[in-house]
Design a protein around this ligand. Structure first.
Ligand code: BV8
Ligand code: ZN
Length: 231
């Protein structure tokens, strides 16, 4: 059974990280065009750095929750037959023990150099213009995929979607593409599709089965069922 899981901000909500569109969401107070586009970074790098330096600092204060840990357990059972594709830039999946994880929108704990295109593990502020470890220039930016930029590892993701027997979306509103289009790709390739979300999303109608509730409850239940049925 080949399984592809897509996660969004909702899986990290119960760890204390704000989502994007919910009432207190991240975009609240920040217009997307002011903090998450290459144009914004050209126009006002200080504001963009502050937005991501704050989120990097917040990340240190939180821990993975039962949903992250349940997916790490599932990887122990399915091994290479499981791929977790996350839109999240936090490292909670890895801290829970997941290894087969793709960050299609980048990572907070990584810096990208606009001069040498080097990518470096980074857990400090970028706002004070530190020197690039590769070329020494002060052109490091958050290694996240902004609107209008190409997501990472789309070939690998699309290959996995075309081979999947089961596609599961967890804690995502289905508002951002190409991620929101994955359910269609998986369904066309013959996969069963399941959505686990606090409330209905913009793509709930595209799934064979959509369950509503907190990820910390729905994901461990789904993993236990899957383990049960695979015995
Ligand atoms: C691109 C990184 C060229 C930075 C992010 C087609 C149609 C229309 C528009 C487009 C299109 N194709 C491209 C576009 C443009 C654009 C786009 O989609 N715009 C939208 C706004 C319409 N897409 C792009 O620009 C992408 N690049 O297209 O390049 C291209 C062309 C062809 C093929 C390939 C490439 C790049 C988009 C990436 C932008 N960067 N993040 C950062 O994090 O700061 S996007 C960011 O927002 C997240 O990564 C995530 O993707 C998105 C937020 O969505 P969610 O994670 O789903 O979070 P949200 O708050 O919305 O929802 C949370 C959900 O959880 C809710 O449903 C809630 O009910 C639920 N929930 C809450 N609590 C819980 C819970 N569920 C369970 N338990 C709980 N406790
Ligand atoms: Zn460099």
């Amino acid at each position: 059974m080949k399984v592809v899981v897509l996660t969004g901000a909702g899986i990290s909500a119960e760890s204390g990280l704000a989502t994007f569109r919910d009432a207190d969401g991240l975009w609240q107070g920040h217009h997307v065009d002011d903090v998450a586009t290459p144009e914004a970074f050209q126009r006002d790098p200080a504001t963009v750095h502050r937005f991501y330096d704050d989120r990097r600092r917040e990340l240190r204060k939180v821990e993975p929750n039962r949903a992250h840990r349940a997916l790490a357990r599932l990887e122990q059972v399915l091994g290479d037959d499981l791929l977790v594709v996350t839109q999240n830039v936090d490292d909670l999946h890895e801290r829970a023990g997941s290894r087969r994880i793709v960050h299609m929108h980048g990572e907070l704990l990584s810096a990208l150099c606009d001069s040498c295109q080097g990518r470096f593990a980074w857990d400090d502020d970028l706002g004070d213009g530190p020197a690039c470890p590769g070329c020494g220039s002060d052109t490091l930016r958050p290694d996240v995929v902004w609107f209008g930029e190409m997501p990472y590892d789309l070939d690998l993701i699309e290959r996995a979607l075309l081979e999947a027997d089961l596609f599961v979306a967890i804690g995502t509103s289905g508002a951002v593409y190409p991620a929101a289009g994955f359910v269609r790709m998986a369904a066309i390739a013959g996969a069963k599709t399941l959505e686990l979300n606090l409330d209905s999303s913009e793509t709930s109608h595209l799934f064979d089965d959509a369950r509503q509730g907190p990820a910390s409850k729905l994901v461990p239940e789904w993993v236990a069922d899957l383990q049960e049925s695979s015995h």
